[in-house]
Design a binder for this molecule. Structure first.
Ligand SMILES: Cc1cc2nc3c(=O)[nH]c(=O)nc-3n(C[C@H](O)[C@H](O)[C@H](O)COP(=O)(O)OP(=O)(O)OC[C@H]3O[C@@H](n4cnc5c(N)ncnc54)[C@H](O)[C@@H]3O)c2cc1C
Length: 535
């Protein structure tokens, strides 16, 4: 019988939680470990200092790599991607769109490199098919007329939000594992070669929480080195690369389009439902928490991307964002693009700790395998002999997680055909029933969800107006329902708009500039949110 996660309060007002395994970091890796361990009968508590997908998992291309991108510089990573691509298409199809991918070379690109591509794919076991320029243009008409070479590979797209949400939902349903946002690890207490407690701060209330567990897993992505150091471990060596991406107003291509050259800036365009995601850059950084796109990065992506798809030069962009990749130090010291995209699992025994491990590096595409390897180590340490089941058991669809799917809302809405069910986000057609359902499935310890938390679990705010209207409508709806009683809704609105604006400031030109003028008039002129004091 699994012991549930227990909340105790000590006299000093400090809360103590107990669980079998504490997982630190609510990205796809932490979420995957939570589900893998649940399926082995091990109860976990997953914490994140913000919320699910706050790190790289919520700021990537959403490309389910076939492995093609890595064949020239990292065959090992290419093979890992190929294997996981096939598993995820089979076991989590609701999170995947099987778009297929094209690798394209244009006039001026290195033909010698282009000619080696099919052989390198075959070495990694990746299906590859050459298309003539005319055939490629027939399936992807926006491609440049300067196209000289094209290959088709089994790239696809994957929704990281739905993936993380459904992994967590399955673990919660399976054995009462618990997910707790806003909980930041700030230290560890160790005794006789074991961590006994993690010391945490609740970032909403500033309260201190102690978490006792048998095993502690650091799935902190780019923050993994800092978290390991809190436990005195100095064996995690990372460097950091900032990547910036742009979101176009329309879906500019139906396939994933990759430039057929060694990985470089602006060489991938990924369809993401109704939009496309263009990127990425790679710039060495030391900053992890407040990385924001620069105009130079935007320009670079647009210039490079438009060599493959000329319409990208004049497209309307609705948002840009940046995230940090943790690169395992050692490989490719000179060029971050050459550094391995593989992952590392450290058991920290040489650091004198027997119940702590760190998993970092890797890819969204390989998250399941990263979770499997980590869970194998944790289960062995706990004497649990149940094998990994995530490579055979499908990820169950969870209704409450379906709202991250672009275009999903109208289908459900019209099917249920309830005229009372008002549409609150008109860009992405999110109805009020979606908001009800998301709130009903709030994280275990979140008494009050913010608009940002709702947007993370739905398409609300993801369209051209970037939340300008739906932010107000959702907050009004929640006031009407009695969810908000005081100024909280206004504060949530202000925080939500501020967060959305961060992603818009580098793409405010043309039509998007007019959109932003309207947003400013609404938020500052009408609602006076700029004068709201919430510090
Ligand atoms: C620009 C960019 C584009 C990418 N594109 C792709 C792609 O198209 N396809 C692909 O396969 N991969 C892609 N990747 C890689 C992929 O996004 C990552 O490998 C993956 O998301 C990492 O997931 P993770 O869970 O390990 O880390 P993260 O998602 O970064 O999660 C770590 C979590 O730890 C939390 N945390 C940190 N410190 C603490 C603390 N002290 N206490 C509690 N919580 C803490 C953070 O809030 C964060 O949520 C891309 C990466 C970048 C940066």
């Amino acid at each position: 019988m699994v012991s549930p996660c227990v909340l105790k309060s000590s006299g000093a007002g400090v809360q103590t939680l107990e669980t079998e395994v504490l997982i630190i970091g609510g990205g796809v890796t932490g979420a995957g470990i939570m589900r893998d361990l649940a399926l082995r009968g091990i109860q976990t508590l997953l914490v994140d200092k913000q919320d699910l997908c706050a790190g790289a998992s919520g700021g990537n291309h959403g490309l389910l790599h076939s492995g093609g991108r890595y064949v020239s510089n990292d065959q090992h990573a290419a093979i890992e991607c190929r294997i996981e691509n096939e598993i995820l298409k089979r076991l989590a199809p609701q999170c995947v769109e099987e778009t297929g991918g094209l690798f394209v070379a244009v006039k001026g690109d290195d033909m010698a490199f282009a000619d080696t591509f099919p052989g390198l794919c075959q070495t990694a076991g990746i299906q590859v098919e050459e298309l003539s320029p005319a055939e490629a243009l027939a399936v992807e008409p926006h491609l440049s007329k300067d196209l000289i070479k094209a290959y088709r590979v089994p790239d696809a797209t994957i929704d990281p939000f739905r993936l993380a949400l459904e992994n967590v939902a399955h673990a919660r349903a399976f054995n009462d594992s618990v997910y707790q946002p806003h909980t930041q690890i700030v230290g560890f207490i160790t005794k006789n070669g074991l961590i006994t407690e993690a010391v945490c701060r609740n970032n909403k209330t500033n309260a201190t929480i102690h978490i006792r567990a048998k095993q502690f897993v650091n799935a902190g992505g780019a923050w993994a080195m800092n978290i390991a150091q809190l436990a005195g471990c100095t064996d995690v060596h990372l460097s950091y690369s900032k990547g910036t991406l742009l979101i176009s107003h329309d879906r500019m291509a139906d396939h994933v389009v990759n430039r057929l050259r060694p990985p470089a800036d602006g060489d991938i365009l990924v369809p993401g439902g109704t939009v496309s995601v263009l990127g990425t850059t790679s710039i060495r950084t030391e900053e992890l928490d407040s990385v924001i796109p620069t105009v130079a990065e935007i320009d670079r992506n647009v210039i490079e991307g438009s060599a493959m798809i000329p319409a990208l030069a004049t497209a309307r962009y609705i948002r840009a964002f940046s995230r940090v990749r943790p690169l395992l130090q050692g490989a490719g010291a000179g060029d971050d693009r050459e550094a391995t995209r593989g992952f590392a699992l450290l058991n920290h025994t040489t650091q004198g700790l027997e119940n702590f491990c760190t998993i970092t590096g890797g890819k969204l595409t390989t998250f399941r395998q990263m979770a499997q390897k980590t869970s194998d180590l944790v289960a062995t340490r706990m004497g649990n002999t149940t094998g990994c089941q995530t490579k055979t058991i499908p990820l169950p669809k969870d209704d409450a997680c379906r709202w991250t799917e672009p275009g999903a809302a109208p289908r459900y809405w019209y099917k249920e055909n309830n005229p009372e069910d008002m549409i609150l986000c008109e860009c992405e057609m999110v109805p009020q029933s979606a908001i009800d359902e998301i709130i009903k499935c709030a994280p275990d310890t979140d008494e009050e969800m913010t608009l940002e938390a709702i947007a993370l679990r739905s398409r609300a705010g993801k369209g051209p107006c970037q939340g300008s209207f739906c932010g107000i409508r959702i907050a009004s709806y929640l006031y009407d329902c009695g969810y908000y009683q005081d100024e909280t809704g206004l504060i949530h609105m202000k925080d939500f708009f501020n967060e959305r604006f961060k992603g818009m400031r580098t793409v405010i030109w043309g039509q998007q500039a007019a959109q932003m003028e309207l947003a400013e008039a609404l938020h500052c002129g009408l609602l006076g949110l700029d004068t709201l004091d919430n510090d």
